[in-house]
Design a protein around this ligand. Structure first.
Ligand SMILES: [Zn+2]
Length: 477
């Protein structure tokens, strides 16, 4: 029997507000354990939470970017359960009235555009972090994270492959970064993705029993976990068994999912309205103000890059993949570089250096102004494109100005025709064979002779002048 996979995603994102969602404690991730705490986030009796306005605004911004309806009236609820990382024994979340609902996001795969429905995006608080140290008989709890604003984004079961899930997560992260609401750092847990996965015979409507795969550290891990679950669930069904509804973990080293616990249902949590918080009312005027303050989003920016800079769709897509890269590109162009060479240098040479050194563009020493200056040196004939690659490596390592590097290392290209003519004569005299080949009509020999000239000038010969002089010299042989 042929099966198809049905996937819904749940993503938790920590929102970058300065203070926590219900108290004034800092959200700084790098503070020493249990230093960003107060009676409210430690869940002491009798304290009163106050909702962070910044969290409401960030949630509405994300909701609008995801084409959601924004609730005029919503509320916070208590989700009751016990866990050592939850001092109150309940988490403040949103149950039946989420702030944002019924939206969609487009993904693009192999040239086909598809809409993934967004069921809801709601506000809640993060829990504390349990710290288990190998070889130590006790565990610690760090309450710094308890009460950090958390946004949960839930999709409809619209995803039909592991690849679509990967694409959805990539687009969502891109959107959140453009909105500047979270650093989306998966290693620090700022963004956590869970996949609800089931399979059903192709052509049937009824959903199969789903498993929820949690605690996956990367998007590619999610993709692999889904592919693994498809095979595992099919095997269970084909052997006449039934898939158990449960939460499964992902073992990245072994490449397998494993059973963690049976899945709770909503009624297990005994949700009820949070009596200590007033309802959240977002009127039309407030929603409008947030909508008007939204930055240019990835799709619009990609289109503008095609229109304003005459870039190909592929190049515009690469350059707008992250906000940091799009900003960098525009800064290089503003600093005087032509869009096309600026795009090429960023996407090819600079990107290769970043990948090689596992560095982020934000930490790169090559400033937009110095890259523009380097491209300028190629334009005005000071250096060749080939030499520029070496200059860029030097700039990448030291952060120095390209002009200073070129002057110091004597990299200015040779455009002096008399000097190049002499070198051409020497090269022709030393390479009688290839010269004869060229004369016999073998154009390939010309390339070899150009190579010899570049070698003789240590790569500094102005390529265009070298070509002209060499052709000229050959015509006189
Ligand atoms: Zn606090």
């Amino acid at each position: 029997m042929e099966y198809e996979v049905v996937v819904g995603m749940e993503v938790h994102v920590e929102i970058d507000t300065k203070s926590k969602v219900f108290c004034a404690c800092s959200t700084n991730f790098h503070a020493p354990p249990n230093t960003n705490v107060c009676p409210i986030c430690l869940g002491m009796p009798g304290v009163l939470p106050v909702l962070n306005r910044g969290m409401v605004e960030a949630t509405v911004a994300v909701g609008l970017a995801l084409n959601c309806t924004i609730s005029r009236w919503s509320k916070m609820d208590r989700k009751n359960y016990f866990y050592p990382d939850l001092a109150k024994n309940y988490q403040i979340s949103q149950y039946d009235l989420p702030l944002c609902h019924d939206g969609w996001m487009e993904i693009n795969l192999d040239g086909t555009t598809k809409r993934i429905g967004i069921t809801r995006a709601h506000m809640e608080e993060d829990t504390a972090r349990n710290v288990h140290t190998i070889g130590v008989a006790e565990s610690g709890v760090d309450f710094n994270r308890c009460g950090v604003p958390l946004l949960e984004i839930v999709t409809e079961p619209d995803i039909r492959s592991a690849q679509e899930a990967f694409e959805y997560l990539t687009r969502l992260k891109q959107l959140l970064q453009y909105l500047n609401v979270s650093d989306c750092n998966m290693e620090e847990g700022s963004l956590r993705a869970e996949a609800n996965i089931s399979i059903r015979p192709v052509g049937t409507e009824k959903f199969g029993v789903k498993t929820e795969v949690k605690n996956v550290a990367s998007f590619s891990g999610v993709q692999k976990a889904i592919d693994y679950e498809i095979v595992r669930q099919r095997q269970v069904l084909e052997e006449g068994g039934t898939v158990v509804q449960e939460t499964r973990g992902w073992d990245a080293a072994k490449g397998v999912t494993f059973s963690q616990r049976s899945k709770e249902s909503a009624h297990d949590y005994r949700y009820f309205p949070e009596p200590d918080l007033v309802p959240v009312i977002v009127d039309e005027a407030w929603e409008k103000r947030i909508r008007e303050s939204l930055p240019e989003l990835p799709r619009a920016r990609k289109q503008r890059f095609q229109d304003s800079y005459s870039l190909k769709p592929y190049d515009a897509g690469v350059l707008t993949a992250s906000k940091a890269m799009a900003d960098y590109f525009e800064a290089v162009v503003t600093a005087g570089a032509q869009p096309k060479p600026a795009a090429n240098w960023i996407m090819v040479e600079l990107q290769a250096l970043l990948t090689e050194h596992k560095q982020e563009l934000e930490d790169c020493k090559v400033t937009s102004a110095s890259l523009a200056a380097m491209i300028g040196l190629i334009d005005d004939g000071t250096i060749s494109g080939k030499i520029a690659k070496d200059v860029l490596i030097e700039m990448f390592d030291s952060g120095r100005d390209p002009k200073a590097i070129v002057t110091e290392k004597g990299l200015v290209q040779i455009s002096d025709t008399a000097e190049l003519e002499q070198i051409a004569r020497d090269v022709l005299a030393a390479n009688a064979g290839p010269v004869a080949d060229f004369k016999a009509g073998k154009e390939k020999a010309f390339g070899f002779l150009v190579g010899q000239m570049m070698k003789a000038t240590k790569g500094k010969g102005n390529p265009k002048i070298v070509n002209d002089i060499l052709r000229n010299a050959l015509s006189r042989v």
